[in-house]
Structure formats: C-alpha cells, structure tokens
Write a protein that binds this ligand. Structure first.
Ligand SMILES: *Cc1c(COP(=O)(O)O)cnc(C)c1O
Length: 816
C-alpha cells in the first residue's frame, strides 16, 4: 500500500469511528484503526486460505490456553507492511512505539500457552493447515504488582478497549448441553498471518453466552435480577482463565470450561465436514486430525464418540475406532500434581452421556489388555476409571494415535517412568517433538537490530522462513568487525531494557553490569529459590572481601505465582527482601543489583530477552519438560546457565557445552541419591550454605506474616480445604502461622506432610551453581570471547524454530 493512501485511510477511519482529528486520537483508538485496516487488507487471503483448508487433510489444535501477547507489531511484520505503517503514522505525528501500551492477550499461563501461539504462527508461515480452538476468556491471566514485596493480583480485562483483531461469528454458534444448563458457544476468529506468504490461519475462540439472555416476563414482573440470571450463569463459563500453571484443580467450573470448548470445537468440525460431505463419514478420519495440547481438552475423546453415536447414528464400535485414528496427545509435564483426574460424580452430574461413553471406553480397554495378556493385578495401572476418578492422561494415551513428549529427555522419562506401562504395550505410539519458538516474534519483532545484522551478513532475510540458515554465519565467529557489531547490538538492547525497567519499576540499572535473567512462572521445581540463595551467598562473600574480582551483575527476576500457591508467593517476597537489602547497601552498590519486575508477560519478555547476557535455566534435572524461554534467550545471544534438563540438553548439543554454563546433578544422579538424600548434612557441613539458609529464620528478613499473611492464610486454607484433605489443610495452616520464610526453611530441611526435605535438591546443587556463576562472571571480562560464545549460541538456534517442530508434527503425527 502506498504511504499516501494509507495516511488517508487512517484519517478516514479515525473520523468515522471516533469523530476526531488525528492529533486527538488515543493510543487505543489508533491501534483499533490500524487493526481494522489490516484485517480488511487480508480478508480475501483469509477467505481463500479457509477454502484451501477445508478441501484438504487438515489438523486442529485444541488448547485451553493461547498466550498470544500483543498482535499489532507481529502482524504488521508478517504482512510485510510494518515500515509503511510506521512511516504513515510518523507523517500523522504518531510514534508507532506507542503501541507498546496496548494490552497483551494473555489467555494462557506460561510455556504451554505460548507454545500454542508459536505453533499457530509457524503453521501459517510454512503452509501447514492448522486451526486453533480454545476459549475466549473474558479475563486473562491476572495482572501482577509487587506491593511491599508481596505479589498482588488484579483482573485482566483485556478487551476493555475492544478486540479489533477478532471477528465475532455469531452465525457459527453452537449449543452446549450440561445436565443442569444449556449455553451458547459463540466463536471469535482471529487471523494468524503467515509470514509474507498470503496464507492466513485461524484461531477460533469460544465465548459462552446465554441462549436466552433476558427473560422479559420476569422483567415485567419486576424480578430484575432473575431476568438476567441465565446470562450471568452462562457467561461464567468463559469468564476467566485458571491461573494455575503445572497444577490441577478439581473444580466444577474448570471442567465445564474443558467440556464447553471441546464440544463446541467438535460440533464445528462436524458441521463443516457435513456441509461438504453430507452424512457420509467415510472421509472423516482421512481429512481430519486433532492434537490435544495436554490433558485439558481430553474430554473431547468421549464427547466425539457421544456426538457420533447419539447425534449421528453411528455404531459405538465404529465411532470408537474412529476416535483412535483422529486424536493425538501431547504430554507437557511429569509433575504428579498436574496430571488431571476428575471425580466420577462430577462428570456424571454434569454430562451423564459423556460419562457413559467413558465407561464403555474403559470396558474396551480391559478387553484389549486381556487380549494382550496383561495380568489381572496390573490392570489397575491402566484403568481409565480408577478409585472413583477418571484419569485423563490414561484416557489420552489409550485413545491417542500418537503420544508425544516435548523434549528428548522428557519423552524418555515418559517411556521409562510416567507412562511406562503404556510404553510396554503400545511402544509404537510414542514419539518426541522437541518444542520450538517462532523467530518472527522472538527475533524479527523483538530484536530488529540483530535481524538487520543477520540480513546484511546473509544477503537476505530468508532465515525468517528457515532459521537453520543462521548456521552459515558461524564463519564470522572470529571476525572482529562482526562480533563488535554484535556486541554493540546487545549493548543497545540493554540500554532499551534499562529504560523500560526504569519506567516500570523505578530502578536504574547500568549497562556495564552482566544482565543475569530468570523469567518464568514461579514454581518450586524451577528453583527461583536456589537463585535467590545463591545471590545472597555472593552478597555475603562480597562483603567478606572474598570475591575480589567480581564483575558487576544485575540479577533480574520476573514471575507470577498462582494465587493459591503460598510457597511460591513466599519465594517472591524472599527475593524482594533480598533485593531490598542488596540495593540499599552502599558497600555493594557498584557490584550487585537485584530487580523483580512486575507483571512478567509476553511483551515484557520481548524486552528482557534481547537485553540479557545470561539465561537462567536451573530446574531440577528431570522436572522441566522442555522449556521454551531457554530457546528465546539462545536466539537473542545469551549464554545458558543451566542444568541438564529439558531442552537445555539439546541447546548445548547444538551450540556446544563450551559456550554455555551447565552445572549440577544430572537426572541419573538425582535418581541415585533420591532415597538417601540428606540436605541437613549439607547444611551442617557447608558454612556458606548454612549462612544463607539461616536468613530464612534468623531475623535478617521479614516475611511480614503478621500484617500480610493472616489474610493470605485464610485464602490458602480455603483453597487447600477445597482441594486436599482437611488434614493437609491443617498442616498448611500451622506452617503459615509460624511465618512463610520459616515454612520455606522447614521445606528445605525437614520436609512436609507430602514432600521430603528439599524435594527439588537445591542444597545439593548450590555449590556447583556458585562455581558455574563465578566461572561465567570471570569469563565475561573478556568481552570478545564472551560475545563469541553468545554469537555461536544465536546462530545455532535454528533447530529451535517452531517451524521445525510443526514440520515434524505435520509429517510424523498429522500425516499432512
Ligand atoms: C516463553 C514464555 C514462558 C515459558 O518460559 P519457560 O522459561 O520455558 O518456563 C512463560 N511465560 C512467557 C510470558 C513466555 O513468553
């Protein structure tokens, strides 16, 4: 589009929609206008892409979460019109960077939801026919502030200024029937713009609405609240995203959400199929394949069979056999607390017909196991219905045509541990699909400067379509000019980050510090507590004069804790107490800074990652399924300081262990010491470790439990009582009364009702972590040598493009 034409269009739209002159327009209004023009621009290509999609074999991606982030920048880049729009806005006196004020679309918790978003982007960009199905939550992941060191949560009303990138498709609404309630699922479609290829994918998100949202009779009888009662109840279903990452809650509303969106998606799929093929279902499984993103959408399996048998007159056996061809399951975690199990009574009371199908599936399973000569006493380990609960991972593994993990080590753990008995009988189902990230968002969009350097060196930007092309840049690793330019880009991104952090947190960092960054959900297995203890250790040793040559380091954290996860919240407070101590100690002001940024989300990640020197990936070996944050850092030229876990293993395989800082216990070591592990012995014999652990109880810090925690305590106990046995709730309460830092101390040294002491082997790795940090700290002094490592990481990140991952799904699972 010509700039002149664009400028006119923008003016026209502003006048029509907002009745204003351009200079009076708000950022949100300008954003909406640009989005509207962009959507109009792609509407023909979108329509044509949809037709191609339906004509050929295609895949559906069912996910309870899509962590999309902000759309505008990425979409303009993918359309190839970013520079034109920027220029047009410039001419109108509007700085395109102001779009940074636009809300993120945060309909996901963390890695799992972000993966779903990267997959859609990749599929659109490499022409894989993939449609996303999910829930249009009214409120996304809560917004976080840090007040007096504590996390506070606020509602994320992300559509309050509109949702211009989506189209409401009321005509495609479907009804969802629960035993006690019937609601309308109304789809909103969001275009997923392929990178400069005219292919537009679709993310279809379902919103729950009342079938009859206003009872006129009740209204006339002055029963105003009752007149809109149905509306309120129906809209509750898609009202909010559950803020739990890697844990599961047996809540009725959560189950309703899962059934709601999977049933709507299947009805949509079947309706489209019937439009083209009538009631002849012979092509159904050859044209359609469905990927279940974790167990959240697994209720789709019995719902599919229910729809085929009860609403389409198919025989059970035929529908059952079809289900075994059409569904595939991705496991995302080995954490026991995340493996979903639903009470039979809950499922029965909400969707009795679906429950009957599950019973029949279970009968089929037992038949099959008997044929396979599985011993009677072993049936327990397989049964989908066991101890009055339905095991969703078992259901998915039994019916799934393929079952995959998300990094090599994770897929191996599934086979030898988590799903071991299933691997024994169905080895052919098991696959690995190492996760990936899209280079459009995580390089082109967030790091234009590095993108420009690579474009210049390669002669074109085709690496945005094939990231493995960066590998050929390895030849520049000793080129003084190239590495110098690479250094300058990192410094520039650090300065941008310094400004951003100053603006949002009021803390001024300095460019010559190492930027050491740990950003991810707050979880014990991710070991932010180990990082915190290690920082304290460094601080004390600096005070003792023990670390003479320490390169100044800024330790940056960003993390949200699930609101009911008391220990995670205690760790946030602990980190903020440490930050307070260190940032106010003039003895170390030239050496150390600690920042906990508020409201870590996709847009903050897009600032933090390009400015980082060090990527903290320190989960206990064998606990992080893959990680994708690690890949984003690698691509943007940070070294990994991490454990042998998840995709870290594959990252150092691609970029060289010598260019990263890998430390700590391997998964094998953890397995071998597990039963005899004694953290108290480490604590007693290591004065450095004892000193930092003791700060949890010796009055160095205040956890503020008297003022703050009492309130939190009630919330936690409430949550605990709903979810776990009364007895355990009491334990939670006792610990909280003593104070949250004390509780962390006990968790490390004494263990609790449900976990052994130091369940995540923090003390076991602390020494080796310190050594790796000191080595890194020392290596940083040689600017060129360190930058060379970063450069080698970046140009070897090709394997971690989600384009590669999607290609593997398309070829090896979806058979497209
Ligand atoms: C990539 C990403 C994650 C996942 O990070 P991990 O380090 O892999 O856990 C979580 N949240 C956001 C906002 C992300 O962009």
């Amino acid at each position: 589009m010509q700039i002149k034409v664009l400028v006119e269009k923008i003016k026209e739209n502003i006048l029509r929609d907002y009745d204003k002159e351009v200079d009076k327009v708000t950022v949100q209004e300008m954003h909406n206008v640009v989005a509207k023009i962009a959507i109009t621009e792609i509407s023909k290509a979108w329509h044509e892409s949809e037709i191609r999609f339906n004509e050929n074999r295609h895949a559906y991606f069912l996910s309870a979460e899509f962590l999309m982030g902000r759309a505008v920048q990425n979409n303009l880049i993918c359309m190839g019109i970013y520079d034109e729009v920027k220029e047009a806005l410039d001419q109108l006196g509007f700085d395109i960077n102001k779009f940074e004020e636009i809300e993120d679309m945060a309909l996901g918790n963390g890695g799992l939801g972000r993966l779903a978003a990267c997959f859609l982007d990749s599929a659109a960009s490499i022409n894989v026919p993939l449609k996303g199905y999910g829930i249009r939550y009214k409120y996304g992941l809560f917004k976080q502030t840090i007040e007096d060191g504590f996390q506070k949560e606020y509602a994320d009303n992300w559509t309050s200024f509109g949702d211009e990138w989506s189209l409401r498709r009321f005509e495609d609404s479907v009804k969802i029937k629960f035993n006690d309630l019937e609601v309308l699922a109304v789809p909103y479609d969001m275009p997923i713009i392929g990178y400069e290829n005219d292919n537009i994918g679709t993310l279809r998100l379902w919103q729950s609405e009342a079938i009859k949202d206003f009872d006129f009779e009740l209204f006339n009888n002055c029963k105003y609240d009752e007149a809109i009662k149905d509306k309120t109840i129906a809209e509750n279903i898609s009202a909010g995203l559950y803020p739990n990452d890697n844990t599961y809650e047996g809540k009725v509303l959560r189950f309703r959400q899962q059934y709601f969106f999977t049933s709507a998606s299947l009805q949509d799929l079947l309706r489209k199929y019937k439009e083209l093929h009538g009631n002849d279902f012979s092509k159904l499984v050859s044209l359609n394949t469905i990927q279940l993103n974790d167990t959240h959408p697994v209720i789709a399996i019995p719902e599919f069979i229910r729809l085929m048998t009860l609403e389409n007159n198919m025989k059970f056996d035929e529908a059952f056999n079809m289900s075994k061809e059409i569904f595939n399951y991705t496991n995302h975690t080995v954490m026991a607390e995340a493996l979903e199990k639903w009470d039979i009574s809950l499922i029965k009371s909400l969707v009795p017909e679906v429950y009957e199908v599950i019973e029949k599936i279970n009968e089929k399973l037992i038949e099959e196991l008997t044929e396979l000569k599985v011993r009677k006493e072993d049936l327990d380990k397989y049964e989908v219905i066991k101890d009055n609960q339905v095991h969703m991972a078992r259901l998915a593994t039994y019916i799934g045509k393929s079952v995959n993990g998300v990094a090599e080590i994770h897929s191996e753990i599934l086979k030898k541990d988590t799903l071991k008995e299933w691997y024994e009988i169905y080895p052919e189902k098991f696959q690995n699909k190492t996760n990936g990230i899209t280079q459009r968002r995580w390089l082109a969009s967030c790091n234009k400067e590095l993108t420009e350097l690579y474009t210049r060196l390669l002669g074109d930007n085709s690496f945005l379509k094939d990231l493995t092309k960066l590998k050929s840049l390895e030849k520049y690793q000793d080129d003084k000019e190239v590495i110098e330019e690479f250094i300058q880009i990192k410094k520039f991104k650090k300065r941008e980050l310094i400004d951003y952090i100053y603006k949002h947190e009021g803390i001024k960092l300095e460019e010559h510090f190492i930027f050491d960054v740990q950003i991810k959900r707050l979880h014990e297995y991710k070991r932010q507590l180990m990082n915190a203890l290690s920082i304290l250790d460094i601080y004390f040793r600096l005070k003792d004069g023990e670390l003479k040559d320490f390169t100044p380091t800024a330790f940056i954290f960003g993390a949200k804790a699930a609101p009911g996860y008391a220990r995670a919240k205690a760790i946030i407070k602990f980190i903020n107490e440490i930050a307070d101590l260190i940032n106010n100690d003039i003895d170390v002001k030239d050496k150390l800074k600690v920042v906990f940024v508020q409201n870590y989300n996709v847009s903050y990640a897009e600032k933090l990652i390009p400015g980082a020197n060090v990527s903290e990936q320190i989960s206990t070996a064998g606990t992080e399924a893959s990680g994708t944050g690690n890949m984003k850092f690698m691509l943007n030229g940070a070294v990994t300081l991490g454990t042998y876990d998840g995709a870290n293993i594959e990252i150092v395989r691609e970029a060289g262990e010598e260019n990263n800082y890998i430390f700590g216990a391997t998964e094998e070591e953890i397995l071998s010491i597990k039963d005899s592990y004694d953290p108290v012995e480490i604590y007693n014999n290591n004065k450095h470790i004892k000193r930092v652990v003791d700060t949890l109880i010796d009055g160095t810090f205040s956890d503020g439990y008297e003022e703050e925690v009492i309130e939190t305590k009630e919330e936690v106990v409430e949550v605990a009582e709903e979810n776990i046995e009364e007895k355990e709730a009491q334990v939670v309460e006792e610990k909280l009364v003593e104070g949250t830092f004390k509780e962390l101390y006990y968790a490390l040294l004494k263990g609790t009702h449900w976990h052994q002491a130091d369940h995540y082997f923090i003390l076991n790795d602390l020494d080796r972590y310190f050594e790796a940090r000191i080595k890194l700290n020392n290596d940083f002094k040689d600017e060129f040598a360190f930058a060379k490592k970063c450069f080698i990481n970046s140009v070897n990140a090709g394997f971690f493009s989600s384009d590669r991952t999607i290609k593997e799904y398309a070829e090896e699972i979806w058979k497209l």
